[in-house]
Write a protein that binds this ligand. Structure first.
Ligand SMILES: Nc1ncnc2c1ncn2[C@@H]1O[C@H](COP(=O)(O)OP(=O)(O)OP(=O)(O)O)[C@@H](O)[C@H]1O
Ligand SMILES: [Mg+2]
Length: 423
């Protein structure tokens, strides 16, 4: 079987989440038209169109395969991407030749077929087909195939968004976001930015001991000016690899945003920054929900009590349902072991959430208190402390770095012909 006819990452047989390095960058605002022959493929394409990564794409699906496509484009202009399902062999090639005469330049073609045949691949490549996916196709196969048409090979590492949110206020979500981002930047040497989305009360500036004059408010209140150069000027550098897009933490304005207010900021950050950590405040609004759903990975931080358990489950279930083609959100426990406080333990959490916490971070008031009041990271206070080690493990888990990587076969982005040679 060819390497890219992979399974839906949610459905790995051993129940482990799909690897974090299986990163598919969202597609830009493109038009996609699919001509299917089977209802199964039409169904997969339909649910791919509902995936967050194709949220900007305009997708149209019709039945009738190659013949319908040739007919349709006799008079109409071709979209950015045509997906063609075809059952046979001779009809693919003659159909593509016909299509070539009506296709606008720049239109890319993805063929879904049943035949696993090198000679056929070569013919398809010769005709300029961008990708060939073997049926039966899963939703994620379609998502990956379309998105990969628009991401350069070197962009593979670029633009992963990690959203960190608390199950309740004050549980340490920001503290974790800042310390984990620090570990990503320092220990994993990934260029990272922390975006403090708690505009009124955010503490990222305090925690990194920075007081920048500009930050995220300048961008969100001037959406027309947002581009790479503009955002670059708003970042303040914390360490070699870490920058901060700080919250103003002032109250002269109110911060009621529309659901897509931060979209252009995130899109812009994605184009230049390998890792973007969102410090999402504990609130449920159109834009916080959207930021969580659109993130590549999510970390929910919970303290070990009943309200946290309920909220973690609600956030977890909602995000899982809204992101059917992604690995499940991750969560961790924090402030575990407050003296004399009755707690709900990790195994009870795991049972209710149906997923294990990725860490249980102890309550250490002395250490966290001095870090917060001195504008330092836990690693700066104690490089060898077990909590420092936990932050590094969370960083590795979230980025997929530092884990032993399983060989993943051929790169999906290598030209089709490379894959054929390797067969
Ligand atoms: N493991 C811990 N042990 C002791 N104190 C902690 C721990 N984690 C966080 N804290 C402290 O808890 C307080 C709240 O942390 P933080 O501001 O990160 O929470 P938050 O969830 O982001 O809160 P908010 O809802 O205000 O955004 C801080 O004073 C922080 O230093
Ligand atoms: Mg916070």
């Amino acid at each position: 079987m060819i390497s890219y006819a992979r399974q839906n990452p949610e459905q790995q047989p051993d129940g482990t989440p799909p690897p974090a390095e299986d990163h598919i960058a969202p597609a830009p605002r493109v038009s996609v038209q699919a001509f299917c022959e089977t209802v199964e493929t039409a169904g997969a394409v339909q649910s791919a169109g509902e995936d967050r990564r194709l949220g900007k794409a305009h997708l149209k699906i019709q039945m009738g395969g190659m013949a319908a496509a040739v007919e349709a484009y006799r008079s109409a202009p071709t979209p950015n991407v045509i997906i063609l399902e075809t059952e046979g062999r001779s009809d693919i090639l003659s159909g593509l030749d016909q299509l070539a005469t009506v296709c606008d330049s720049g239109t890319r073609v993805i063929v879904i077929g049943r035949l696993n045949d090198v000679a056929l691949y070569r013919e398809l490549v010769r005709r300029g087909v961008s990708d060939y996916v073997i049926a039966p196709v899963s939703t994620i196969d379609i998502v990956r195939s379309v998105c990969n048409l628009f991401s350069a090979p070197e962009a593979k590492a670029v633009g992963r968004i990690i959203a960190v949110v608390g199950a309740k206020g004050g549980v340490g979500a920001s503290t974790l976001a800042h310390n984990v981002a620090w570990a990503i930047a320092r220990d994993l040497a990934l260029d990272s930015v922390v975006a403090d989305l708690d505009l009124a009360f955010g503490t990222a500036g305090l925690d990194y001991n920075q007081d920048p004059p500009q930050g995220i408010a300048d961008a969100v209140f001037s959406p027309d000016r947002v581009d790479t150069a503009f955002i670059d000027r708003l970042l303040s550098k914390c360490t070699d690899h870490l920058s901060l897009l700080a919250a103003p933490a002032t109250l002269d304005r109110v911060y009621d945003f529309g659901a897509d207010a931060f979209d252009s900021i995130f899109d812009t950050l994605r184009t230049t920054m390998p890792c973007i950590v969102l410090d999402v405040p504990h609130q449920w609004s159109g834009w916080t929900k959207r930021a969580l759903i659109a993130a590549d990975d999510i970390l929910i931080v919970a303290a070990p009590d009943l309200a946290n358990l309920r909220n973690t489950k609600n956030i977890f279930d909602l995000l899982k349902a809204s992101r059917p083609n992604d690995r499940a959100p991750l969560y961790c426990l924090n402030q575990v072991g407050v003296p004399k406080r009755p707690e709900i333990n990790a195994s009870e959490f795991a049972k209710a959430i149906e997923s294990q916490p990725i860490a249980s971070i102890p309550f250490e008031p002395q250490m966290f208190g001095s870090a917060a009041n001195n504008g330092q990271m836990i690693a700066e206070i104690s490089a060898t402390h077990r909590t420092t080690e936990m932050f590094l493990q969370i960083a590795q888990r979230l980025t997929g770095r530092g884990e032993t990587k399983k060989p993943r076969g051929m790169s999906f982005l290598s030209p089709l012909i490379e894959k054929l040679r390797a067969k």
